[in-house]
Design a protein around this ligand. Sequence first.
Ligand code: 5GP
Length: 144
Amino acid sequence: MSLTGAYDDDNIFAKILRGEMPCVKVFEDDVALAFMDIFPQSRGHTLVIPKGVRARNFLDLPPETVGPYLARVQRVAQAVTTALSPDGVVVLQFNGAPAGQTVFHLHFHVIPRWEGEAMKGHGAAPKADVAELQALAARIAAAL
Ligand code: 5GP
């Protein structure tokens, strides 16, 4: 999908927001939902998505919602860092398929990094064990 086009209400993250698909939840309020990436590029890879907006990407996000949403992204990145003590943390998002986006509801990735540990490729990581994700989510949630 290019940068232009209609929001698809049946994208995976819209279904997660409606409770039609499961997720391993880390955080939720009226602005954002954070949950574990099911194909994590590193241990603790977390996604933060905005609620109440039909935004495919960052360019679509109504300006008045940018600040509150990014505050949640920052809060989750801080909690991931506190909980897992990485040496670094990647915070990024992709806009449009040519840029690497595969799910077309806006999301920021929070990917902790450790010295000497390679990050798995975007779209190339194996599916995680749900019990392991639940344990990580509990640690991150406790640090919020
Ligand atoms: P994008 O490629 O759009 O930047 O990122 C989409 C992310 O969503 C990827 O990191 C991918 O692993 C993750 N993902 C795809 N399907 C699911 C799913 O059903 N559940 C969860 N938790 N993550 C998903």
